[in-house]
Ligand binder design. Structure first.
Ligand SMILES: [Ca+2]
Length: 504
C-alpha cells in the first residue's frame, strides 16, 4: 500500500516537473526575456541623411550595418520640431498640447508618468548620458533628476551598477549634429562637396554645400559613436538581449527645417535592431510618432500603459515578419508646434498643428500675422537666433534676400505664411507649392482639416477646445535669452542696435 502511494506521488511530481520544463523551454524559444534597451539619439538630424536612407554623400557604415540587421522606419516623425517638446512627448507618450509648458522649448517638465520611471519601478536599471530631456528646467516642477533617468558619464559607469540578470535601459543622447558645426570639419571627412544633394528649398552654392558638409561631418561622428556603443555591448556580452534604437529628435537646423512642420523639421530616422527576435532587413512604411516609443518600451518591459499615455505601441510591427505596410491604420501622424526660441516681441510663439499622410501634408497656422521664423531682422527660429554662432546658409539667405534667385526661397523660409498650407507630397516632395487655395484640392483640404480637428478635439487640445493654455506667457528657462544681446555679427550684418532685444 505504502509502495503504491509513493509511486503515485513520484509520478505526480515527475508530471509537474515535465510540464514545468516543457513550458519553460517553450518560453525560452518563443518569448524573449525583458530586453535591455539602448537608445542612441542624435540631435537635429533629418531622416534622409544616412546611407541606409539613401544619402550618397554622408558615410554612416555603423548605422547602415545596424539597419541591415534590423528595421528601417521610412515614415517616422517627431511630435514637435523642437528639442524639449519632442523629447517630452517621447518620455510621456503624449501629444505636446497635453503637456502644458513642456510644449515649448526651454520649458519645465510636468509631473506626469514617464516610461523611464515606470521601467525603473518594475526593476529596470535606467540611465542617460548627454542631453536627455531638454533644454529646460525640470527642477522647478519638483523633478530631482532629468526625466530620462539618472545621469552617467559613460556606459561603463552605468553598466557597473547593473545587477546580474537585471534588465536595463540606457539613453545616449548625442549633441551631434546640433549647431554650431565644427568649422570646416568636412575637410577631413572624405565628403565631396560636389556630390552633396542640396534640396530645392535652399540655395545651391559653395557656402551652402560647405555648411551641409559640416553637418554631415557631425553625423559621421555620431555614426562612429554608434559603432563604439555596439562594440561595448559585444565586449560586455550584452548584445544578444539588447534592442538597439538609432534615431534623432527632430529635423536639421536649416531654413524650413527645425521649428517647422515641414518634413525637414519633423521627419526623423528610426532604426531598430534586435535580430534574435525581430526579423531583420525590413523597410517599414507605417507612420510612427516619437511619442509611440513610450508605450512600445513599456510593452516590451511587460508594463501596463498608463491611461494618459495615448500613444500607441508598435511592438506589432517589430515582431511582424512582413515589410512595407504592417498596420494599415498607421496611415498618418499628427504633429504640433508651439514656441521654439524666444524670438518674437513679447515672447510670442508660432502655434501650428499638422497632419501628414502618405500623399499630403496639411498645416494649420493659428497666428498667421506673426513671423514664422521669428521677428525680422533676426528671424531667430532659424539657426543661431542672435547669430551668436555661425549659420552660413541662413546668413547667405539674409544677405541675398532681394536677389532674383534667392527671394522666392527667402520668402518660403522667412516670410509670413497663410493660415492653411497643403502640399501634395508625390508632386512636390519638398513642400514648396501651397495648394490650400486651389479649387481642385478643396475636398482633400476639407477631409484633412476635419481629420486633424477631430483628433485635436478628442485629445483636448486647448487650441481647438474650451480648455485654455497660454503658451506665449510661460517662462523661457534660459536667463541669458530673456534679455538677448545681439552678437557682434548680428550688429554688423543686420545693423542692429547693441541694446536690441525681444522684450521691447
Ligand atoms: Ca533637437
Amino acid at each position: 500500500m505504502k509502495k503504491v502511494s509513493l509511486t503515485t506521488r513520484h509520478l505526480f511530481i515527475y508530471m509537474i516537473l515535465f510540464i514545468y520544463m516543457s513550458c519553460d523551454q517553450k518560453k525560452n524559444k518563443s518569448e524573449p526575456k525583458r530586453p535591455n534597451i539602448l537608445l542612441l539619439m542624435s540631435d537635429n538630424q533629418s531622416a534622409d541623411h544616412l546611407g541606409c536612407y539613401g544619402d550618397k554623400s554622408v558615410k554612416t557604415p555603423n548605422i547602415d550595418k545596424l539597419a541591415k540587421k534590423g528595421l528601417i522606419f521610412k515614415n517616422a516623425y517627431c511630435s514637435a520640431p523642437s528639442c524639449s517638446p519632442a523629447r517630452a512627448s517621447m518620455l510621456t507618450g503624449q501629444d505636446i498640447w497635453n503637456l502644458g509648458e513642456a510644449a515649448n522649448l526651454w520649458s519645465s517638465f510636468p509631473k506626469v508618468k514617464v516610461y523611464s520611471q515606470l521601467m525603473e519601478a518594475s526593476g529596470y536599471h535606467i540611465g542617460i548620458e548627454g542631453k536627455g530631456w531638454g533644454p529646460g528646467d525640470e527642477a522647478v516642477t519638483g523633478w530631482e533628476q532629468n526625466p530620462g533617468g539618472t545621469r552617467y558619464n559613460s556606459f561603463e559607469e552605468f553598466f557597473n551598477e547593473v545587477e546580474k540578470g537585471q534588465p536595463w535601459m540606457y539613453w545616449y543622447s548625442s549633441r551631434d549634429p546640433h549647431r554650431p558645426y565644427k568649422k570646416e570639419g568636412w575637410k577631413n571627412s572624405g565628403i565631396q562637396l560636389d556630390s552633396i544633394f542640396v534640396p530645392p528649398y535652399l540655395p545651391d552654392n559653395i557656402e551652402v554645400r560647405k555648411d551641409i558638409a559640416d553637418y554631415y561631418d557631425e553625423i559621421q561622428r555620431f555614426d562612429e559613436e554608434v559603432g563604439s556603443y555596439i562594440s561595448l555591448l559585444k565586449e560586455m556580452g550584452e548584445l544578444e538581449n539588447t534592442m538597439i534604437i538609432v534615431c534623432s529628435d527632430n529635423g536639421w537646423q536649416m531654413p524650413r527645417g527645425l521649428a517647422n512642420l515641414y518634413d525637414f523639421g519633423t521627419k526623423i530616422p528610426v532604426i531598430i535592431s534586435w535580430p534574435d527576435f525581430f526579423t531583420p532587413g525590413r523597410e517599414i512604411e507605417d507612420f510612427i510618432n516619437i511619442k509611440d516609443f513610450a508605450p512600445t518600451f513599456l510593452e516590451l518591459a511587460g508594463i501596463t500603459k498608463p491611461k494618459q499615455m495615448n500613444a500607441q505601441s508598435f511592438v506589432d510591427i517589430l515582431t511582424s515578419e512582413k515589410q512595407g505596410v504592417i498596420n494599415p491604420q498607421r496611415d498618418h501622424v499628427i504633429m504640433a508646434r508651439e514656441r521654439h526660441a524666444f524670438v518674437r516681441r513679447g515672447g510670442l510663439g508660432y502655434p501650428g498643428r499638422a497632419i501628414r499622410t502618405n500623399d499630403y501634408l496639411f498645416i494649420k497656422n493659428y497666428e498667421p500675422e506673426r513671423w514664422p521664423a521669428g521677428d525680422p531682422p533676426l528671424y531667430g527660429d532659424v539657426d543661431a537666433h542672435m547669430l551668436h554662432y555661425d549659420a552660413p546658409t541662413k546668413i547667405y539667405m539674409l544677405k541675398n534676400k532681394n536677389s532674383q534667385d534667392i527671394k522666392p526661397l527667402f520668402d518660403l523660409a522667412f516670410s509670413k505664411r497663410p493660415e492653411y498650407e497643403l502640399y501634395n507630397i508625390k508632386e512636390d516632395p519638398f513642400q514648396m507649392n501651397n495648394l490650400s487655395q486651389v479649387d481642385e484640392y478643396k475636398p482633400i483640404f476639407e477631409a484633412l482639416l476635419s481629420k486633424l480637428n477631430t483628433y485635436l478635439v478628442k485629445t483636448n487640445d486647448p487650441r481647438e477646445t474650451e480648455l485654455e493654455f497660454d503658451w506665449d506667457n510661460t517662462h523661457y528657462y534660459k536667463d541669458r535669452d530673456k534679455k538677448p544681446k545681439p552678437s557682434k555679427k548680428a550688429i554688423e550684418l543686420l545693423g542692429l542696435d547693441q541694446e536690441y532685444n525681444y522684450l521691447d
